[in-house]
Design a protein around this ligand. Structure first.
Ligand code: 5AD
Ligand code: SF4
Length: 467
């Protein structure tokens, strides 16, 4: 048994990263014969993509997927630790699985992902949910065949590494979409913003080598993929941990040069966004003019307490530079109710929103994560007050989102049609600027980038017709 350890998860060593290749031994390839798996994913795109890897590994072992938990022989929850509510949802689901396991004791059930990396969570599992068969973390997904073989041998498996794992190349992926794909460019984060659990659950920053990333993009392009999103907690810091001569701007340029129709990237930290990156984005029409630039707070005092390493002024300076990218859309993340945030601090956040008029934003109430510095800070603001601030902020965000969308009325845009829409006889897809569009179109257009005229505008979506 290897339990996660918070103290070890804080450590950053100079130990060079080992790059390895994914392999699966023949002896594991039939382990899942006749068995069905069900996986539920919580949280960010990184987790979504990890689940795509997990699915492919399970299928390498002859398991087949089911969408219904009740029919599954193997149930996995790929969890998120970023806020308390994600955490609570997972424990609710574990309760449901317990029920199921009482009637079908042969079911194998496990958790993985960011919560599995938390010492407090694994302690709780050992105390209260010891019937769970498997717990593994974000660093050892590639070991799943061995872990499952041990489980089917009758051994409970709690195997979570606290110190960063290797970078595994050639990971198989069962992708959710045939048209757009996530591509990991780096793992982990070294920024240690004081509220954030990610540097503990995902470990030290480890970049993939550029040639491996470009190889993956080329393979996706060959298969007909129209869009790749380069994924990392803090993509602008790409390459800083490698002893190589390239950085994020070089990677973006190389990705654009593959000729894949659309390149996106998330998430950016304002600290590492260079002028060179902006130049590259402007130079290549296949790098999408959409940037997610988390603000978190508009108050310099709170930004300092958050450990964000920028000020409101330097954020706005970068924001204005980004606005020189033609037709760009900029979205953000904001936390309200950080410990010690006063009405005055909150007003400063509203001021920045009024200045930036974001295309949209994800807004959150601060959630104390055990082991992070902010969890120990004095917090005198009531939840009621924090909720009031959140509603006020959301009203403003919605106003600007609608204003940004209004500009699209009667305009022509390019949309990658990627699925059926909830609206009758419509397909859905996104513009280059990441606006959701419901398009009246025949399903034969799925997977195509089409020219669309916008006929109606709402706060969170647009309607249009193919022209
Ligand atoms: N409480 C509330 N929101 C958080 N985020 C990260 N950690 C916390 C936390 N402890 C938000 C940040 C980040 C987004 C992914 O989640 O805004 O950008
Ligand atoms: Fe968390 Fe900050 Fe790293 Fe983003 S940059 S993952 S908010 S520590």
């Amino acid at each position: 048994m290897l339990k996660p350890c918070l103290k070890d998860a804080k450590i950053r060593t100079d130990k060079p990263i080992t790059f390895k290749e994914y392999t699966i031994y023949d002896k594991y390839k039939n382990l899942g014969q006749g068995k069905k798996y069900f996986i539920r994913t919580y949280g960010c795109q990184m987790n979504e993509h990890d689940s795509e890897n997990i699915k492919a590994i399970l299928e390498d072992m002859a398991f087949t997927e089911t969408d219904e938990m009740e029919n599954a022989d193997l149930i996995l929850l790929n969890t998120c630790a970023i806020r308390e509510n994600a955490h609570n949802k997972v424990f609710g689901m574990i309760g449901r699985i317990k029920h199921l396991k009482e009637s079908k004791p042969g079911i194998v059930a496990g958790i993985c992902g960011c919560m599995a990396q938390e010492e407090v969570v694994v302690d709780e599992i050992l105390n209260k949910y010891s019937w769970l068969n498997l717990v593994f973390g974000t660093h050892n997904i590639a070991e799943l065949p061995v872990l499952l073989a041990n489980v089917y041998d009758g051994q409970k498996q709690i195997e979570v590494y606290s110190i960063e794992g290797d970078v595994i190349e050639n990971m198989p992926a069962k992708r959710d979409s045939k048209y757009k794909a996530w591509v990991n460019i780096m793992y982990g984060c070294d920024k240690f913003c004081t509220y954030c659990i990610v540097p503990y659950t995902r470990g030290k920053q480890r970049s993939r080598k550029i040639k491996e990333i470009i190889k993956e993009i080329n393979e996706l392009k060959e298969k007909g993929y129209q869009e790749v999103t380069l994924l990392g907690q803090n993509v602008n810091a790409y390459g800083k941990d490698l002893n190589e001569e390239y950085d994020m701007s070089d990677l973006l340029e190389a990705a654009a040069e593959t000729g894949i129709p659309r390149v996106r990237f998330i998430t950016s930290h304002p600290w590492d966004f260079t002028d060179k990156m902006i130049e590259v984005i402007k130079k290549y029409p296949n790098i999408m003019p959409y940037i997610h630039l988390p603000l978190q707070s508009g108050s310099n005092r709170i930004l300092k307490l958050m450990g964000r390493r920028y000020t409101k002024e330097s954020y706005l300076e970068l924001f204005n530079k980004l606005k020189t990218i033609p037709n760009v859309a900029i979205t953000t993340d904001i936390i309200v109710g950080f410990p010690g945030e006063t009405e005055e601090d909150f007003k400063e956040t509203l001021d920045v929103v009024n200045t930036c008029k974001y295309d949209s934003a994800f807004t959150f109430i601060f959630s104390a994560r055990e082991g992070t510095p902010a969890a120990k800070m004095e917090d005198n603001t009531s939840l009621e007050e924090k909720e009031k601030r959140l509603y006020k902020l959301n009203d403003l965000i919605n106003k600007y989102a609608k204003e940004a969308n209004d500009k699209y009325l009667d305009k022509e845009v390019l949309v990658l049609l990627e699925g059926k829409s909830n609206k009758d006889e419509c397909l859905m897809g996104y513009t280059e600027t990441m606006k959701l569009v419901n398009v009246k179109a025949d399903p034969k257009h799925l997977g195509q980038i089409v020219k669309v005229k916008i006929t109606d505008v709402k706060t969170w979506s647009l309607d249009g017709v193919i022209i």
